[in-house]
Design a protein around this ligand. Sequence first.
Ligand SMILES: C[S@@+](CC[C@H](N)C(=O)[O-])C[C@H]1O[C@@H](n2cnc3c(N)ncnc32)[C@H](O)[C@@H]1O
Length: 298
Amino acid sequence: MTIPHPIPYQGSKRNLASHVLRYFPTDAARLIEPFAGSAAISLAAASQKRVVHFLLNDLNTPLIRLWHMIVHQPDELAAQYDALWQAQVGRERQFYDDVRQLFNQTHRPDYFLYLLARCVKAAVRYNTKGEFNQSPDNRRKGRQPDAMRHDIGGAAHLLKGKTQFSACDYRDVLSEAVQNDIVYLDPPYQGVSANRDARYIGGVDYNDFVDSLNDLNNRHISFIVSYDGRTGEKSFGKSLPTKLNLQQIELKAGRSSQATLLGRQDETYESLYLSSALVARLSPQAEPVQAILWNEMA
Ligand SMILES: C[S@@+](CC[C@H](N)C(=O)[O-])C[C@H]1O[C@@H](n2cnc3c(N)ncnc32)[C@H](O)[C@@H]1O
């Protein structure tokens, strides 16, 4: 089954979603995504009926407002996107700039969806005043309205009546987690998130993040973190400390484009870290975690 993805978003985990889901316990009542973005893991979990309830949080308030509208007013949003898309024809560049200006004044969800569909690499970028300032990709008109309508409707169908939304700092959401939940954390990439983060709104301090994971451990919460990775022998991002007692799993994410350019064969691996409460919860399941790890690396 194809999983709907209404929000184009750089950093989306849609390609890794099926791997991440393999580490979900069978008895998870709710999935919490404190750094939801395009919510690729929630959409995959809902489509495979792995979890009943969802909590989608992101510090980016317009993004959460967009999610709210996708789930609660899908037809209206699809119609608004269609109208914007049609209105751009023949004057795409100027139209994009006009919508970007209107978005910065109003934060309307339909404007945001249009900008995400049209901007370079579907990558959100903000200036120091917090205004969206990403340029358009002038080679593309953005996803066709019919395809967008289909994905908006599909996501609404998967999440309606089961999903809570919030737009706060990840730490406020983590304080709500209970032992029945599964928490999937995909913070902004390190290196871009140390100070002001132009790629996403907000940022995450390494030490604060480690403290938060430590607190989750103390409360026996099951969680999975996407954090660092490597291409060949070259690591990117700082690993999470061993004192957190996490099980690290490397997922093959494909050949790196840089390595290919250099004529090398280096594969890129992304790390997942599993909390000890999760590993304990998984061990009675059919396939032991170690065996899954071996398959990933084979
Ligand atoms: C790597 S992206 C998540 C991508 C997501 N897994 C997906 O599949 O699309 C990180 C997200 O964290 C959000 N973010 C940044 N700082 C945050 C904070 N302090 N609290 C909550 N969310 C934050 C960003 O707005 C961004 O959407």
